[in-house]
Design a protein around this ligand. Sequence first.
Ligand SMILES: *[C@@H]1O[C@H](CO)[C@@H](O)[C@H](O)[C@H]1NC(C)=O
Ligand SMILES: *[C@@H]1O[C@H](CO)[C@@H](O)[C@H](O)[C@H]1NC(C)=O
Ligand SMILES: *[C@@H]1O[C@H](CO)[C@@H](O)[C@H](O)[C@H]1NC(C)=O
Ligand SMILES: *[C@@H]1O[C@H](CO)[C@@H](O)[C@H](O)[C@H]1NC(C)=O
Length: 441
Amino acid sequence: VKCTSKSRVIPHKPPATALSDSDIISTVEFNHTGELLATGDKGGRVVIFQREQESKNQPHRRGEYNVYSTFQSHEPEFDYLKSLEIEEKINKIRWLPQQNAAYFLLSTNDKTVKLWKVSERDKRPEGYNLKDEDGRLRDPSMITMLRVPVLRPMDLMVEATPRRVFANAHTYHINSISVNSDYETYMSADDLRINLWNFEITNQSFNIVDIKPANMEELTEVITAAEFHPHHCNTFVYSSSKGTIRLCDMRASALCDRHSKFFEEPEDPSNRSFFSEIISSISDVKFSHSGRYIMTRDYLTVKVWDLNMENRPIETYQVHDYLRSKLCSLYENDCIFDKFECVWNGSDSVIMTGSYNNFFRMFDRNTKRDVTLEASRENSKPRAILKPRKVCVGGKRRKDEISVDSLDFSKKILHTAWHPSENIIAVAATNNLYIFQDKVN
Ligand SMILES: *[C@@H]1O[C@H](CO)[C@@H](O)[C@H](O)[C@H]1NC(C)=O
Ligand SMILES: *[C@@H]1O[C@H](CO)[C@@H](O)[C@H](O)[C@H]1NC(C)=O
Ligand SMILES: *[C@@H]1O[C@H](CO)[C@@H](O)[C@H](O)[C@H]1NC(C)=O
Ligand SMILES: *[C@@H]1O[C@H](CO)[C@@H](O)[C@H](O)[C@H]1NC(C)=O
C-alpha cells in the first residue's frame, strides 16, 4: 500500500486559534474529479479547498490544496414545538457533478439539507442610473442623463449562495444524503426513515423507507447509513444498527419496506458477549465505484460484500482487533458508539478507514497486505514519508511499537476521503485536515 511520501498539513483554521468544539471536522468529500475538496465542521461551516494547477516553474507544488471558499452553511436553531436545540454541525456533504461554470453541493445537519451554489466573480457592473456604486438610490432630481452600465474587472471573488433548502421532512437525525445517478433526485436518511427528493422541489419529498414501529417501545433497530447505487438509479442500500444491509429496488414498489436483498453474516456463537450487538452496528456503507460490491464498517472490522452473495461478506478486515479486550472501558467512555467511515480508492483495490490515536488503516484487497499510518503534525512536514505504525498487544514492546494501553482514544479518525482517480487522501483528525499524496519523484 503506497500513499506514503510527500505529505502536508492544512490546518482547518489558523493555528493561533484555540481548539474549540466548533472547529472539529465532521465530514470530508472530494468532488467527482478530485480538484475540489470540501470539509464540514461542528460549527456549521463548509470549507472548500482547490487543487493548485500544475505550473512549469514549480512542478512540485502540483497537488497542493488551498482554501478556495469558506461559508456558514447551517446555524444553530431551536425547535419550539419540541423544545429541542438543533445543532449546526454538518453531518454530510455531497457534490453534484459540474454542469456549468458554478459548483453545486448538498450539505446537511440533523434536520435540514441545503443545496449550495459556489461561483466565481471577477467583474462587477458599474454606472447604474438609479443607484450609485454603493447601491444607494440616487436622488431622482439629480438624474439628468442616461448612462450605460459597464462591467469592470475586479479581484476574483468566490461566492456561496443557498439555492434550495429542504426542511421539515425529518423527525429524527439525518445520518446520510446520497445523490442519485440520474442527478435529478437525492435521498436523505434518518434513524427510521428515508426520503427521496427532487432537486427542484423543496416543499415535498417521497418517503421510500419507513421502519418506525407503531409502538416505539418495540423499536429494536435503526437505520445507520444509506447510499444509492453508482449507476442504477432505482437501486439503493441502507445499513442498520443490527449489522445488516438491505438492498432496495424502487421499481418494485413506491414504499421500499420490502427489500430485494438482505445481507447478513450469522454471528459466531463463540464470540458472543454483552457488546456483540453494539459492535456489530454498521457505521458506514459504501458502494464500490464499479457498483459490484458494498463495503461496510462496524466497530472492529470492515467487510466487503458481493452484491450476488447475501449470506456472508467475501472479505473481512480487522481494523483494531486488539480493542476486543478493551470493550468494557470503551463502553464506559462511550467510544464504542463512535461512527467510523470507510472509503475505496479509485480502482476499488484498496480500502481505508480510521481508528484511534490518529491512526488510520489501509487494506490492499489483492495482496492482502495492510498498514497502519498516523496523521500527525510530525508526519506532515512537506515531503515527509509516512512510517507504518504498529500496536503491540501484551508481551515485549519493541522500540517503534506503541502499546494498546497508551493509545489516545480522544484522537480518532472518523472521516476520510480518497481522490477518485489518484493516490491522494484526505484525513480529518479532530480540527486538522491532513492531505497525503503518493511520492512525486
Ligand atoms: C471538480 O472541480 C473542478 C474545479 O477545480 C472542476 O473543474 C470539475 O469539473 C469538477 N468535477 C465535477 C465532475 O464536477
Ligand atoms: C409545492 O409548491 C408548488 C409551487 O409553489 C405548489 O404548486 C405545490 O402545490 C406545492 N406542493 C405541496 C405538496 O405543498
Ligand atoms: C471472533 O473473534 C476473533 C478474535 O477474537 C476474530 O478473529 C474473529 O473474526 C471473530 N469472529 C467473528 C465472526 O467476528
Ligand atoms: C488504488 O490502489 C492501488 C494500490 O495502491 C494503486 O495501484 C492504484 O493506483 C489505486 N487506484 C487509484 C485510482 O487511486
